[in-house]
Design a protein around this ligand. Structure first.
Ligand SMILES: Cc1cc2nc3c(=O)[nH]c(=O)nc-3n(C[C@H](O)[C@H](O)[C@H](O)COP(=O)(O)OP(=O)(O)OC[C@H]3O[C@@H](n4cnc5c(N)ncnc54)[C@H](O)[C@@H]3O)c2cc1C
Length: 436
C-alpha cells in the first residue's frame, strides 16, 4: 500500500457516485487530483455483489431513475453495459392480489395524496408528510410503507417541502450487470487511495490539508462527498469548524433501506412467481411490510426491499432475520408451500455500514433548505457534493453524479479565478470538456 500524502490541485473525499463524477470531470480538465476513500472499493452506496447463481445483484442502487435524463445511461452504453429498459410495474402492485377495482381505488387515493403534497410543498410553512394523510384513510398503511421504501423513514419524519421538490420523469431502467458495477467501472483508472479514512479537513491556510489515518494530503481545493451521517456525527472534523454544515447534515439524515435476495426454486411454485419482474407488497394493511420483486430480469430470485424502523430492526438480526420475515410475508401471499422453494443468498445492512450509516438522505420537516446549505462552497476552497446536496434528485446515484459534476465545475472556476487574480498562468486555463 502506498503512503497517503502529496500535493494536488484537488483532493476528493469519497469514491462514490459523486466523488467519481467530480474526479472524472477534473481529471479530464487536466488537473492533478487524488481521491481518498475509506473503503477498499469504489462505489460507496453503489455496490454490486456476485451470487452463487452466476449473476450479480445490487445491494445498493439498482434503478436508473429518470432514465431519459440520467447521465449514467449514456455512460453505461459507452462502457458496454446492458441497459434493461423494462419498466417497473410499481403501478400494478395492488392489482395482482386485490384486482383492478382495488387498483383504481388505490390509484385515486395515491393521486389525491400526491396532489395535496404538491400543493403543500409550496406553502410558506413546512410540515411532516403524514399531516396530508386522510384521517383513517383506507390506504394510509400503503402510503406509509411507500414512504419507508422511498425515504427510508416513516412518513411523519419526512418534510413535505423536500418530498415535493423531488423530480422524476417516471422512466426507470436498470443495468443488467449492476448499477454498482457500472459506477465502479466508471472510476477505473482514477487515482484513488483506498483504505484511507479522512479524519480532519483543515481549510484555515492557503491550501487545504486533508488529514487521514495514513498521512496528510495538501491541495488547492477539496471536494467533500461524505454521507450526511458522517458529517453530522463529526466523524470528519473541519478546522475551522463548520457548524452550519454539521447542522445541515443533521437535518438530512440517511433513511434506512435494505435488500434481501432469495433464491427461488421454481419447481412446483405457483403461477404468480413465474412472471418475471413483478412487484408485490407483503401486506396492504400495515406499514411494516416489504416490497417484493419477483424474478428480476427473469432470474430465479425474489428480492425483498425494507425501509424505516422495520429495516433497522431486521438488519440487526442479519440475513436470517430478513429471510424469516420475508418467508412469512411471501407465505401470506403465495401459501406456506413457497417457503420450501426459497433460500437466502444476499442481504444488505446499510445502517450498520461504518462508511455509510444509512441508505439515502431525507429531510426532516423544516429542513428542506438544508440541502442548499450543505451544498454551498466554503471560502472558494472547500466544495460539497453527494446525493444529499441535490435539491431535485436527492437519494439517487444520478443526483450524486450531477452534484459531483457541479462541484468540479465550481472548484475549477474558483481555482482559475484565483490563478488569474494572482497573475499566474495556470495550465492554460483548464476546462471540463462537454459530455465528460
Ligand atoms: C439499498 C439502497 C437502494 C438504493 N436504490 C437506488 C436506486 O434504485 N436508484 C438510485 O439512483 N439510487 C439508489 N440508492 C441511492 C444511491 O445508491 C446513493 O444515492 C448514491 O450511491 C450516493 O452516492 P454518493 O457519492 O453521494 O455517496 P456514497 O456512495 O456514500 O459515497 C461516499 C463515499 O465516502 C466514503 N467515506 C465515508 N467516510 C469516509 C471517510 N471518513 N474518509 C474517506 N472516505 C469516506 C464512503 O465509503 C463512500 O465511498 C440506493 C441506496 C441504497 C442503500
Amino acid at each position: 500500500m502506498t503512503e497517503s500524502g502529496g500535493e494536488f490541485d484537488v483532493v476528493i473525499i469519497g469514491a462514490g457516485a459523486a466523488g467519481l463524477s467530480a474526479a472524472r470531470h477534473l481529471a479530464s480538465a487536466g488537473l492533478a487530483i487524488k481521491i481518498v476513500e475509506a473503503r477498499a472499493r469504489m462505489g460507496g452506496r453503489a455496490h454490486t455483489v456476485p451470487t452463487e447463481l452466476g449473476f450479480a445483484v445490487d445491494l445498493g442502487c439498482e434503478w436508473l431513475h429518470s432514465a431519459d435524463i440520467n447521465p449514467w445511461v449514456p455512460i453505461a452504453r459507452q462502457l458496454g453495459f446492458t441497459v434493461d429498459e423494462t419498466l417497473p410495474d410499481w403501478g400494478r402492485r395492488v392489482a395482482w392480489f386485490e384486482g383492478d377495482a382495488a387498483q383504481r381505488e388505490w390509484q385515486a387515493a395515491m393521486d389525491a395524496f400526491y396532489a395535496r403534497l404538491d400543493r403543500a410543498a409550496d406553502a410558506p410553512a413546512d410540515q411532516p408528510a403524514s399531516s396530508l394523510l386522510e384521517p383513517n384513510g383506507k390506504w394510509n398503511a400503503l402510503l406509509g410503507a411507500i414512504s419507508n421504501w422511498a425515504n427510508g423513514a416513516e412518513i411523519d419524519k419526512v418534510s413535505v417541502r423536500d418530498y415535493g421538490r423531488y423530480d422524476s420523469t417516471y422512466v426507470n431502467w436498470r443495468v443488467l450487470e449492476g448499477y454498482g458495477a457500472l459506477i465502479a467501472r466508471y472510476g477505473d483508472g482514477l487515482p484513488v487511495e483506498f483504505n484511507t479514512r479522512v479524519e480532519r479537513i483543515d481549510h484555515a491556510g492557503p491550501r487545504v490539508r486533508v488529514e487521514t489515518d495514513r498521512g496528510i494530503l495538501s491541495a488547492r481545493a477539496a471536494i467533500v462527498t461524505l454521507p450526511t451521517t458522517i458529517i453530522a456525527e463529526e466523524q470528519v472534523k473541519f478546522a475551522p469548524a463548520l457548524p452550519e454544515k454539521v447542522a445541515a447534515a443533521g437535518g438530512l439524515p440517511l433513511g434506512i433501506v435494505n435488500k434481501l435476495f432469495l433464491r427461488l426454486d421454481e419447481t412446483g411454485a405457483s403461477e404468480l412467481v413465474r412472471e418475471a419482474d413483478r412487484h408485490l407488497v407483503g401486506a396492504l394493511d400495515r406499514v411494516k411490510t416489504g416490497s417484493y420483486q419477483i424474478r428480476p430480469h427473469g432470474w430465479p430470485v425474489i428480492a425483498g426491499f425494507y425501509g424505516g424502523a422495520l429495516s433497522t430492526e431486521l438488519e440487526r438480526g442479519g440475513i436470517e432475520a430478513f429471510a424469516a420475515f420475508a418467508m412469512d410475508e411471501l407465505a401470506g401471499l403465495f401459501g406456506a408451500n413457497i417457503k420450501a422453494h426459497l433460500s437466502p443468498i444476499a442481504a444488505s445492512s446499510w445502517g450498520l455500514d461504518a462508511c455509510a450509516r444509512g441508505s439515502y438522505s431525507m429531510a426532516l420537516p423544516g429542513h428542506a433548505d438544508d440541502r442548499t446549505t450543505l451544498a454551498a462552497p466554503v471560502g472558494e476552497r472547500l466544495f460539497f457534493a453527494g446525493e444529499a446536496c441535490s435539491i431535485a434528485h436527492f437519494g439517487t446515484a444520478h443526483g450524486a453524479y450531477m452534484t459531483g459534476e457541479e462541484a468540479a465545475r465550481a472548484a475549477l472556476a474558483a481555482l482559475t479565478a484565483a490563478s488569474d487574480r494572482a497573475g499566474t498562468a495556470w495550465r492554460g486555463a483548464p476546462r471540463i470538456p462537454a459530455g465528460t
